[in-house]
Write a protein of this length. Structure first.
Lengths: 340, 441
């Protein structure tokens, strides 16, 4: 299938893409450690910010950081990892400025930097004001920044640039699949917001409100499962869909299954099941408050949620990109004509 | 084309961002995130129960009660311990104010790994800020979290009606309760556990004082005629009356605290098993004659289990699977449902609106799982049989010599052996014996 339009050349920059990918990879452990901060209630383990117990963050004695209280280790590590993300974002802006020809991408890179600064500031306000609501918002915007970093990596990739307007393409993503991927992204993010409510619940909350959040979380989990299965089925069964859309879509479906298991495990290690005597193991299980496995499971549930959002971002963006090309539209139109 | 594309992508992103901010703000508003916790929640359910039974308006009394409690016990951020008279030093030392302060307030820790706000860090989500067992998660838990305000605790070394000892509370914190939502806090430092024990006692005493004041207001005072439990304004206008009111409330607090002091004296001492009496512990290492004695003990225990004195089978079922009587409620539910038709939704609704948890029947333990929430050591089972389980329908067994028809200590050890052997034997054995006994009767 050939188009009459000539492809527009988009310069690919290894530096920009490399930094964007590194930023994305750096944010994931940052989210893990941030999750541990919540799991261990370590948000106020360091009472000042941006200093750490009066020290410049980078000059804080390593012995106390690494061999002192565990809460301090987690909180201070989270801050240091945050600065790594900040530095990578600065590098990204510089690289985009010098090596990326797209003006909008330069602005986007600035936006990424602003977002990481805002995220850090939110974390700082949480500490300075000792406000759990800031912790909750910080917990919601963390995965959002992960999605932004992922989007940056996708939009700076060679594949993205090669799908420039007018370039000949043999494969494309259907409108339905694109919409499904976008819906999956929105649903999984809403799910994360509700999950953050459950994680940061305070004593001021009535048990009826908590119940409403639990029911919403379960309903959204069902919706995410359906959307993940549909997206992977629609993209997987349609051979016209590029592999770069199909692969993350299928990966999401598998991750969602892992996430459901982690969700059930999270409930058990937090609250046990209301029907313990269904099994001998449950009847004899004693939850260990802040135990190793309990903490890992709960934090993994949160981190996997963020990973699903990141992958949904990849899928949605790639689907949109492979659908938006003029040629793809043309192919789609002709395909429909043939079917008719 | 590129700019067109940008326009078409920016717009949904902006819309999504706005939606997102609204969603997060909405969630914050609904969840009450960071609503300051300035006071303990009043026991409105008990007030409603007393208003219903006494046909009185106790809202003014409730306000007085809260004022008195705040003056005596402080707030969730700044707890106080009542100032008892000088000759009641033991009451003053029942809990340490420093520990209460460490348990209360917001969660934080310092460079020396000292944790503050321990109650909010570990307990509040289930037990609630005032220890009412109505924390945000309570609705989903089975059994419901303990309401400390009645002063009843299930697994302890003291008889029904007595408070637990500090060691009892400490043990529950360290071991947790198997198969329930009560975790083990064995990873906490010992001094942190002591802080939590102090705070639980504090909440329990505070809750008992609150209940007693509401009871007094309902039964002894006439608010319509101008009686007052406690009036802060009197501090300036009528100091003598204020002192009398304060003394009255302090006496109620002293009475509640004394019950905790008595706990140590009320501990049931578990006797050693008779000499030559093998216990069901490390069975494989027992000699052949001891094995025979153990089997004989188990057989006697089975008979007692099914028999009329211990009468365990009536609730736990003939097969000990917890399928006997299954329509009873625990004391915390009965506390507010007394006189209410539990099948009548109109009767229940006002209490549920106040936050009461839907009544749920308490099921007898399935003894065949070998899982006992109060511990499965022989001496712990002995205590459960002799003392019963406070707040649950599990009664204390009648014992000799106070009751000539009751069990002997040796009988109790036989029951313990029978219980410990239960997970290892076939159900049909018990069923056939139960059928045989019924036909004998």
């Amino acid at each position: 299938m050939q188009s009459n339009l000539q492809p527009t050349e988009m310069p690919y920059s290894r530096a920009v893409h490399g930094l964007a990918v590194t930023l994305t990879l750096a944010v994931f452990p940052l989210i893990w450690v941030g999750g541990l901060v919540t799991t261990y209630d370590a948000g106020m383990a360091v009472p000042d910010w941006p200093n750490t117990y009066g020290y410049n963050m980078f000059a804080y004695p390593a012995t106390t950081w690494l061999f002192g209280p565990f809460d301090l280790l987690v909180e201070h590590s989270h801050r240091l990892l945050g600065t790594v993300a900040g530095l990578l974002s600065i590098g990204l802006v510089a690289a985009a400025w010098f090596y990326d020809g797209r003006n909008w991408f330069k602005i986007w890179a600035m936006f990424v930097l602003m977002a990481v600064i805002a995220q850090g500031a939110l974390g700082g306000f949480r500490v300075l004001l000792d406000q759990r609501s800031f912790a909750m918002i910080h917990g919601c915007t963390g995965p959002l920044f992960f999605a932004i970093a992922t989007a940056t990596a996708v939009m700076s990739s060679r594949w993205w640039l090669s799908r420039s307007a007018g370039q000949t393409q043999a494969q494309f993503t259907s409108r339905g699949a694109t919409r499904l991927a976008a819906a999956l992204l929105v649903a999984s993010y809403c799910q994360l917001i509700v999950g953050a409510q459950l994680r940061h619940i305070t004593a001021a909350v009535d048990h009826r409100v908590f119940m409403a959040f639990v029911h919403t979380h379960l309903t959204l989990a069902g919706l995410v499962v359906i959307l993940a299965i549909c997206t992977s089925a629609v993209t997987g069964l349609d051979r016209r869909t590029p592999a770069r859309v199909r692969f993350p879509a299928i990966l999401i479906a598998l991750l969602v299954l892992v996430q459901i298991s982690l969700g059930i495990a999270t409930w058990i290690v937090n609250y046990s099941l209301p029907w313990q005597e269904l099994s001998e193991w449950l009847a004899g299980y004693t939850i260990s408050a802040k135990g190793y496995w309990e903490s890992i499971i709960v934090t993994a549930h949160m981190a996997t949620g963020s990973l699903i959002i990141s992958l949904a971002t990849v899928t949605a963006l790639r689907a949109w990109r492979s659908r938006a090309s003029v040629v793809a539209k043309e192919v789609n139109r002709k395909w429909k004509q043939q079917l008719a | 084309m590129l700019s067109d594309r940008m326009r078409s992508t920016t717009s949904p992103i902006t819309r999504f961002s706005r939606l997102l901010l609204v969603a997060i703000a909405g969630c914050c508003a609904i969840s009450g995130c960071d609503v300051p916790i300035t006071s303990f929640q009043p026991n409105r359910i008990y007030v409603a129960r007393m208003e219903k039974s006494q046909k009185a308006d106790l809202q003014s009394a409730l306000a007085d009660t809260q004022a008195a409690l705040e003056d005596l016990f402080g707030t969730p951020d700044e707890p106080l311990w009542p100032k008892f008279s000088e000759n009641e030093a033991d009451l003053a030392n029942l809990v340490q104010l420093e520990r209460l302060q460490q348990a209360s307030g917001a969660v934080r820790s310092d460079e020396a790994d000292r944790h503050f706000g321990l109650y909010r860090e570990h307990c509040v989500q289930c037990h609630g800020i005032s220890g009412d067992g109505l924390g945000p998660t309570s609705r989903f838990l089975n059994p419901y979290p303990r309401d400390f305000r009645l002063g009843k605790f299930k697994f302890k070394s003291t008889p029904i009606g007595q408070r637990p000892t500090r060691a009892d509370l400490h043990r529950v914190l360290v071991d947790g309760l198997k198969g329930t939502s009560m975790p083990s806090f064995r990873l906490l430092k010992d001094e942190e556990l002591e802080v939590l024990v102090d705070y639980v006692i504090f909440l329990s005493v505070r809750g008992q004082v609150e209940r007693q004041m509401i009871t007094d207001a309902a039964l002894e005072l006439d608010y319509e005629a101008g009686d007052r439990l406690y009036d802060r304004a009197n501090r300036e206008t009528n100091p003598e009356l204020f002192k009398a009111q304060l003394d009255r409330v302090t006496k109620i607090a002293a009475d509640a605290a004394k019950q905790w002091l008595k706990a140590q004296e009320a501990v049931t001492v578990v006797p050693e098993p008779p000499t030559d009496f093998p216990l069901y512990v490390d069975v494989q290492s027992l000699s052949a004659p001891d094995q025979e004695k153990l089997q004989a003990s188990i057989a006697r225990g089975r008979k007692l289990f099914q028999g009329p004195i211990a009468n365990c089978a009536s609730c736990h079922g003939a097969t000990a699977m917890g399928d006997g009587q299954t329509n009873n409620y625990d004391a915390w539910t009965k506390d507010w449902t007394e006189g209410i038709d539990l099948l009548n939704k109109d009767d229940l609704r006002p209490f549920l609106k106040l936050g009461a948890l839907k009544p749920r029947v308490i099921l007898p333990r399935n003894l065949r799982t070998g899982v006992y929430r109060g511990g499965s050591e022989p001496h712990e089972l002995y205590l459960r049989i002799v003392n019963g389980i406070d707040g649950s329908p599990m009664p204390a067994t009648a014992m000799q010599p106070s009751n000539p028809q009751g069990l002997t200590e040796s009988d109790v050890w036989d029951l313990v052996n029978f219980l410990l052997n239960l997970p290892n034997e076939a159900i049909s054995k018990d069923a056939s014996i139960a059928v045989a006994q019924r036909s004998d009767n």
